[in-house]
Design a protein around this ligand. Structure first.
Ligand code: KIV
Ligand code: NA
Length: 274
């Protein structure tokens, strides 16, 4: 991509070339994915991936804004979408609008993402009608881990109709796309075929209109656990630890810094111009 798409461009890619996306939380990561991804998500997974929280429930508006601003500095060719954190949108549509507008104004994000299906449809409609593009997120919604009883697959067997109803509700409410997390492949394919907005899969199906992964998972930086749906395209965390151990050993052996890393008393003479 040469220029960043907007929510309408993403919507119009329904059924076309698969949409590519990753999460990002910092400027250098955003720079690496700029142009490779159609959109980059500042996910509330930042709480677990970078802040050591055990769930996403403790993530605040302030954390999202700080990471959103960092990511925005690294993007010019990918769209930025930002997660609404737990507690910032569930009470009323007005509360959701106030916080979504703040996230967009303070970070420059082109859209917000929020978790929920049928129960969030009125809120999605309220935001979209007032100028805020919304990406929905259904199936496994990690902010509801305490009522879902864990990070389980959603929509198996007699649960399938409920997830399908969620998909229909968010599409009907005006969401420009929807993340399907940890739902059976056949259900993901059925939803993708039935609704008019792009489905973005994570633990869903290669038949979705796009895919997303948490960048620290796919690069092997986050190794506390590995969900089945994560593919590690690199294993950089263990590589980084080897480098850190080598540095520690060299400092203790006084072999770092070496001659090339230290400064002489006098500045080196510049060679005269011929
Ligand atoms: O916060 C996040 O990283 C997400 C993606 C996994 C969709 O919501
Ligand atoms: Na999220």
């Amino acid at each position: 991509r040469k220029t960043a798409p907007n929510a309408d461009d993403i919507l119009r890619q329904k059924g076309g070339a698969p949409l590519v996306s990753l999460t990002a939380y910092t400027t250098p990561m955003a720079q690496m994915m700029d142009g490779h991804c159609d959109f980059v998500l500042v996910g509330d997974s930042v709480g677990m991936v970078l802040h050591g929280l055990t769930s996403t429930l403790g993530v605040t508006m302030e954390m999202m804004i700080l990471h959103g601003q960092a990511v925005a500095r690294g993007l010019s060719r990918s769209m930025m979408v930002i997660d609404m954190p737990f507690g910032s949108y569930e009470e009323t549509p007005a509360q959701a609008f106030r916080n979504a507008a703040r996230l967009m104004a303070e970070t420059g994000a082109g859209a917000v993402k929020l978790e929920g299906g049928v129960e969030m449809a009125d809120t999605i409609r309220f935001l979209v009608r007032r100028g805020i593009p919304v990406m929905a997120h259904i199936g496994l919604t990690p902010q509801s881990v305490n009522t879902l009883g864990g990070y389980k697959v959603q929509g198996r067997e007699d649960q399938a109709e409920a997830v399908l109803a969620d998909a229909r509700a968010v599409a009907e409410a005006g969401a420009f796309s929807v993340v399907l997390e940890k739902v059976p492949q056949t259900l993901a394919d059925r939803i993708t075929a039935e609704i008019a907005i792009p489905t973005i899969g994570i633990g869903a199906s290669a038949g979705c209109d796009g895919q997303i992964l948490v960048v620290d998972d796919m690069l092997g930086f986050f190794t506390a656990f590995k969900p089945k749906f994560v593919k590690r395209y690199a294993n950089l965390g263990p590589l980084a630890e080897v480098a850190i151990a080598e540095y520690a050993a060299e400092v203790r052996a006084r072999t770092f810094p070496a001659a090339e890393h230290v400064f002489a008393d006098q500045a080196p003479q510049k060679a005269p111009k011929p």
